[in-house]
Ligand binder design. Structure first.
Ligand code: FMN
Length: 238
């Protein structure tokens, strides 16, 4: 747990939690903030975290944005105004085009704590897209952990072996046609839905065209090459 900020403690050896925080920020290409409003400003705990970054300068020059998720658009103003002040103070690189209101009501949060609502997910994805548009040097990354990633790759490889897809690139879209077969459509739909969760920088949709399952992977027209790394899943495009 982060200790309360005290400039007299901001020296080596730093508390482990502060080292962890600073390393995490240093290692990130960008930071996206999401915070509730508390008594008209930032919750003290987040302000404490930000205070620890002042001496470390990890946020200086870092692309940052925020998503304001209060269901009521009139709420949350104080926190975001303070966030803008503090991030300006530490000279973070605020990507204003990426900062947006993404209303999330309590009902949208599932028992697992995740938001499955497609409109909300699309809005969050747009925040990330806007950050990438301003900072094309940031590599697009999948959010899966290494273990889940290995299992996902295994399933894709098994499906590719079984249903021998042909892949075409059409502008910023990949069209991957799979041979029909037992369980192919179900597995393709399950995998596409799973990828939509962790690789939401592109859209994953499955259609069935004259009995043949077809996967479309669509990047934004501004970032057409986001589909490049995905092509290798299917052995490249013809
Ligand atoms: C102690 C406390 C103070 C809060 N102060 C504010 C505030 O000043 N402005 C605001 O818009 N929301 C305020 N909220 C609401 C939170 O920002 C947040 O929206 C809420 O806790 C999330 O629950 P909800 O689903 O009811 O919105 C406060 C909540 C708590 C618990």
């Amino acid at each position: 747990m982060l200790p309360h900020f005290n400039p007299d403690d901001d020296h080596e050896p730093l508390p482990a939690a502060v080292v962890g925080l600073r390393n995490a920020i240093s290692g990130a290409d960008a930071a996206l903030f999401c915070t509730p409003d508390c008594a008209g400003t930032l919750p003290g705990s987040l302000k404490n975290l930000l205070d620890w970054t002042v001496g470390g300068t990890e946020l200086t020059g870092k692309p940052v944005a925020w998503a304001k998720v209060a269901a009521d658009p009139r709420r949350g103003e104080g926190a975001h105004a303070t966030l803008a002040t503090v991030l300006g103070y530490v000279q973070a690189n605020i990507v204003t085009s990426a900062c947006r209101h993404v209303p999330i009501s309590r009902e949208m949060v599932g028992p697992d704590g995740l938001v499955a609502n497609p409109t909300a997910r699309e809005a969050i994805s747009q925040t990330l897209q806007a950050t990438l548009q301003r900072h094309p040097e940031i590599p697009v990354a999948c959010t899966l952990g290494p273990e889940d990633g290995t299992e996902r790759m295994r399933r894709w490889q098994q499906l590719v072996q079984h249903a021998k897809p042909t892949t075409r690139r059409i502008g910023h879209q990949l069209e991957v046609q799979f041979r029909p077969g037992s369980g192919v459509r179900d597995e393709l739909e399950a995998l596409a839905a799973a990828e939509q969760q962790c690789c939401a920088f592109v859209a994953w949709t499955v259609a069935v065209d004259t009995g043949q399952p077809v996967l479309h992977v669509t990047a934004s027209s501004e970032q057409p090459d986001d589909i490049e790394p995905i092509m290798s899943l299917f052995g490249g495009a013809s």
